[in-house]
Design a protein around this ligand. Structure first.
Ligand SMILES: Cc1cc2nc3c(=O)[nH]c(=O)nc-3n(C[C@H](O)[C@H](O)[C@H](O)COP(=O)(O)OP(=O)(O)OC[C@H]3O[C@@H](n4cnc5c(N)ncnc54)[C@H](O)[C@@H]3O)c2cc1C
Length: 296
């Protein structure tokens, strides 16, 4: 039996495995190789890795884990979870049943793209989710933001530090009058029509098409699609969920433990503020808390 099985071996899961491997605990990591930022050519904001392809950062992490004989990495999906503290079972897509005393869930979230032509092709290239991750590369360009919720107005305010040429696309949604005035005072152009599509070449956008009106030339568009948990493994364990700004997340306490004792969760699937560097640190903390729970 493993001490810990980690479901999802990307930034959060591999960091948890590193702490547990260094503590010489028996760990199995299951992963399907689909990190959320796989659409982006380069990851930014991770000290020591700034500007590297995400796949390279993860490959380096996996190679470093090779030093720890008690850590096993399996390229396979978990398909079901069951059990309670000290007696969990994980079923894999290969039909194996693995047993562990603790679980760490780090299988991330999936971005649910809006039904806008060209959006999916541009995602991670010129349709961007976070200025801290990709704003520097498009600074001083013609930047747009696709309104989806009041959170968008906070994001719009942030974008002033990356460019003075800003456009808010309300996509047919009504903004309070006070917000119009605030945006106008800040020099933000507002386009109120519904977005019909994104003109692009190989994912690099050139303009936003509006249902009625001329296309709006642009260099990059920021957007915050709804998201869902990347797998439904928590359901069978009956874990409490919490409503995040863009979708449901797994609820955890300060020690990263979920509502079921012995099950921990870390990374995008458990936190509303999401980035690879935060996933690294939270995964690491989940690994440490999980390890300490194993000491009798
Ligand atoms: C386009 C884009 C660009 C980004 N750029 C940056 C950036 O530059 N800098 C930055 O800090 N952040 C960036 N982010 C955010 C970053 O990608 C996430 O915060 C980070 O990947 C979260 O890590 P995680 O380990 O929680 O989840 P993920 O990285 O999403 O990993 C989840 C892992 O679980 C696996 N998995 C899923 N289901 C199963 C299952 N059933 N069984 C086994 N394994 C499973 C997946 O294959 C995946 O490997 C970006 C996000 C996007 C969308």
């Amino acid at each position: 039996m493993d001490d810990v099985i980690i479901v999802g071996g990307s930034f959060a899961g591999l960091s948890a495995a590193l702490q547990l491997g260094r503590a010489r605990r028996r760990v199995t990591v299951l992963d399907t190789g689909l990190p959320r930022n796989r659409y982006a050519a380069h990851a930014h904001g991770l000290l020591g890795h700034d500007g590297k392809p995400p796949t390279q950062i993860l490959a380096e992490g996996r190679a470093q884990l090779g030093r720890y004989p008690s850590v096993r990495l399996l390229d396979v999906a978990a398909t079901a979870l069951a059990g309670t503290r000290d007696a969990f079972t994980v079923t894999t897509a290969a039909g194996e049943n693995l047993a562990a005393r603790r679980l760490i869930l780090s299988y991330g979230i999936t971005d649910v793209f809006p039904d806008i032509e060209g959006f999916a092709q541009c995602w991670g290239r010129s349709v961007l989710h976070c200025p801290y991750c990709h704003g520097f590369e498009v600074a001083d360009g013609r930047l747009g933001l696709l309104y989806s919720s009041p959170l968008s107005l906070h994001a719009m305010a942030l974008l002033h530090d990356w460019s003075a040429r800003l456009t808010l696309f309300t996509n047919g949604q009504d903004l309070p009058e006070a917000e119009h005035a605030k945006l106008a005072r800040r020099g933000v152009a507002i386009v109120t029509g519904r977005v019909a599509g994104i003109d692009h070449r190989d994912g690099h956008l050139s303009s936003i098409r509006i249902e009625q009106g001329d296309p709006v030339p642009l260099d990059a568009l920021f957007a915050h699609p709804r998201q869902r948990l990347a797998a439904d493994l928590h359901g069978a364990l009956g874990l409490d969920l919490t409503e995040g700004p863009l979708g449901e997340l797994i609820a955890v306490g300060d020690d990263f433990q979920t509502s079921l004792p012995g099950v921990y969760a870390a990374g995008d699937l458990a936190h509303p503020m999401q980035s690879a560097h935060l996933a690294l640190s939270r995964g690491s903390m989940a690994g440490v808390h999980c390890h300490q729970s194993l000491i009798v």
